[in-house]
Design a protein around this ligand. Structure first.
Ligand code: NZQ
Ligand code: ZN
Length: 387
């Protein structure tokens, strides 16, 4: 096990009707609030009214900025920074999924910074101060509700990039599984794939003697494998929605990385796809992760065989570990298909003419991944295997 420091300061408020607590929670941090949200789902399903009522009841001044698109855009975050400065906003409430939360985090980091907020993403500056963010989560997927990272798309150059700062972990996150009943099946499935990917990025490590977190990762994966199909079959199944929502937060709050070194190669490759083609992040991961696995599994076949046996209940075979390892990858791929996700670039409607460009951009700052170090040619191979 590696040395580690673990601190996740996000307060989690979980369960039915908890969105009504947002005003009280936000009031502990400020009085002038930016309410940030996405395209329309929160108005359509009545969440907007509840959140607004709670904020007003707490005596808060609310300034609004909606319109965050999936794969959130830098331009809107810049607009949010201007609004916050002009209106002297001291706290941001993000009501939505990863896209809204990441846009809110970007605004929060950008307001006190004298340069352009893209500097953080370009690696030219580090965050020293933020306007804090509170979250009402509407889709379990990104884990951004308690993560230290944000991901944004800069259409100038078609860059989708992320950066990490401990200061960006939200102050609180309100998780009511009932809010997720209205998710389209495709978004539920994309969320499940992203949650699984966050766990697998950590699970596939070269660090030895990490029994506790190995077991936690396996349990977390099995929870999604059991509950995602249940939620798809019965969207208002509270028990299934609750399991998915809590697993989504645990998958990316860094508990599962304690003592380990994660890989993150698949995420980096996927970001090139969703950055260029505006594909949902989870769908891109369903395409890339199995291809990545087929490319790298020989580096530690025993770990892949363990994944097959412990997570997917495939039969062990000590005389043919290769076969067992491949069976686990096959199970993952079948699961993604079963929940309605694409598993090839073709199925995701991604053309093949820019694979080299994506591989180049992805490795611009050097090789990616840790379980497997991937150079540009390796990434290109993986993209070709995903065809
Ligand atoms: O915009 P609205 O109308 O709200 O619709 C959204 C959006 O179209 C809809 N939706 C959300 N909650 C709903 C709902 N529809 C009905 N009922 C509800 N309760 O779902 C669509 C997708 O929303 P989005 O926020 O884009 O989804 P997700 O949470 O998957 O976020 C994806 C973004 O997060 C980034 C991804 O790269 C991507 O940009 N990630 C952020 C991470 C982080 N900050 O730690 C880590 C992740 O690996 C990921 O990269
Ligand atoms: Zn992800």
């Amino acid at each position: 096990m590696e040395n580690f420091t673990f601190k996740n300061a996000t307060k989690i408020i979980f369960g039915k009707d908890t969105e009504n607590q947002v005003g009280k929670e936000a009031a502990a941090y400020g009085s002038r609030i930016l309410l940030h949200y996405g395209g329309g789902s929160i108005r359509k399903y009545g969440l907007y009214d509840k959140v607004m009522r709670s904020l007003k009841d707490a005596g808060l001044n609310v300034i609004e900025l909606g319109g965050v698109q999936p794969n959130p855009r830098l331009e809107l975050a810049r607009k949010g920074i201007d609004i916050c400065r002009k209106e002297k906003v001291d706290f941001i409430v993000a009501v939505g999924g990863g896209s809204v939360i990441d846009s809110a985090k970007t605004i929060g980091a950008g307001v006190p910074y004298s340069g352009d907020v893209w500097d953080f993403y370009a690696g030219k500056a580090v965050v020293e101060k933020v306007i804090p963010v509170g979250v009402v989560l509407t889709i379990p997927a990104s884990g951004s509700e308690s993560s230290s990272s944000a991901v944004i798309t800069n259409k100038d150059g078609l860059y989708k990039k992320g950066f990490i700062s401990e200061m960006m972990r939200p102050a609180f996150a309100i998780l009511n599984p009932e809010i997720t009943y209205t998710l389209p099946a495709y978004q539920t499935a994309c969320g499940a794939a992203d949650i699984m990917a966050h766990i697998m990025e950590r699970y596939f490590t070269t660090v030895k003697n990490v029994d506790l977190t190995d077991g936690l990762c396996e349990a977390a994966l099995k929870t999604i494998i059991k509950n995602a199909p249940a939620a798809l079959k019965e969207p208002e199944n509270y028990a299934a929605r609750a399991e998915i929502m809590w697993t989504g937060a645990i998958a990316h709050n860094d508990l599962l990385s304690t003592g380990r070194i994660g890989d993150w190669g698949s995420h980096k490759i996927e970001m090139e796809i969703s950055g260029l083609y505006d594909l949902a992040h989870g769908a891109g991961l369903a395409v890339i992760f199995p291809a990545w696995m087929k490319y790298v599994y020989r580096q530690d076949m025993e770990r892949f065989a363990r994944f097959a046996v412990k997570v997917w209940n495939r039969d062990p075979d000590f005389y043919d570990i290769d076969k067992v390892a491949l069976a686990g990858i096959e199970s993952l791929e079948n699961f993604f298909k079963q929940i309605g996700l694409p598993v090839t670039l073709k199925e995701a409607n991604i053309p093949y003419d820019r694979l080299e460009e994506m591989a180049g951009k992805c490795t611009q700052r050097g090789p990616i991944g840790s379980f497997a170090r991937l150079e540009t040619d390796d990434v290109l191979e993986i993209l070709k295997m995903a065809k």
